[in-house]
Design a protein around this ligand. Structure first.
Ligand SMILES: [Zn+2]
Length: 257
């Protein structure tokens, strides 16, 4: 493991543009249950309907009421998100951005934990549970910025319908976020993939794209993933244990030249 961490640190430092990609694996270590697999929210509650966005459009008020009732899997998810705390892997990624090594972070997680510890260059493909978004003009609002007194919520800017920022089934990924992801992926010559099984598109395509044009892939995951065969280095273990070691190795190399 130590030798692999050393090699990964060298690969990262010899790359010009490192982009991170994080998924559910990193959130699980903050106590947020995954959707699928053993202990998954959908394993317990059943898969939500695949047309969640269409249902929202048909009855946005019901969606907001469901969230405020905190029932079903969505209620469980919100309760877990609200009490989730960042862990060592989140801090390690924030430090990498601070060091100028990590240029951007693409995350599939909606838990806001990367921003909470100081990452500023973050693209949240599936949105951020602490935000709300107008489906007409795309403006994002923080909790408390829009009155919850009259449902459904309406955009103070354009009067459009406001939903939670989290991307629903059947809902397109917001164009502005997708454009950032595409720009950063095409800039990247190294992708550091953490806790993502990499089979959910579009995220799955980003690592493959970096690899196709000759870039480097470093993976941190407890298990082998579908990305593993493409990776230059796969570091097996908990993100909260592996990433701090990786960042220490990078810092040591930076200090000793
Ligand atoms: Zn609007």
């Amino acid at each position: 493991m130590e030798a692999n961490i050393d090699r990964a640190a060298t690969l990262i430092l010899t790359s010009k543009y490192v982009v991170g990609l994080t998924g559910a694996g990193i959130s699980v270590e903050s106590g947020i249950r995954p959707f699928r697999g053993p202990g998954g929210l959908w394993t317990e509650y059943g898969e939500p309907p695949m047309d969640g966005y269409q249902r929202f459009l048909a009855d946005p008020k019901e969606h907001w009421e469901q969230i405020s009732r905190r029932d079903g899997y969505l209620g469980e998810l919100y309760k877990a998100l609200e009490k989730a705390e960042p862990h060592a892997a989140h801090y390690a990624l924030a430090e990498l951005e601070e060091l100028g090594v990590l240029k951007y972070l693409i995350t599939q997680n909606v838990d806001n934990l990367h921003r909470a510890v100081g990452n500023k260059k973050v693209a949240e493909i599936h949105g951020n549970f602490r935000k709300m978004r107008c489906i007409r003009c795309g403006s994002r609002y923080e909790q408390g910025e829009v009155s919850l007194e009259t449902l459904p919520l309406l955009c103070p800017g354009c009067g459009g319908i406001v939903k939670t920022d989290g991307v629903m089934f059947g809902e397109p990924i917001p164009m502005d976020v997708l454009e950032i992801c595409q720009r950063e992926t095409s800039n990247a010559d190294c992708m550091l993939s953490v806790g993502t099984s990499a089979f959910i598109y579009p995220a799955a395509g980003f690592s493959q794209q970096v690899k196709r044009k000759g870039g480097v892939l470093v993976e941190v995951d407890l298990y082998e993933t579908e990305l593993t065969p493409l990776c230059d280095i796969s570091l097996r273990g908990k993100a909260g244990e592996v990433l701090p070691l990786l960042v220490d190795s990078i810092k040591h190399k930076l200090e000793t030249g």
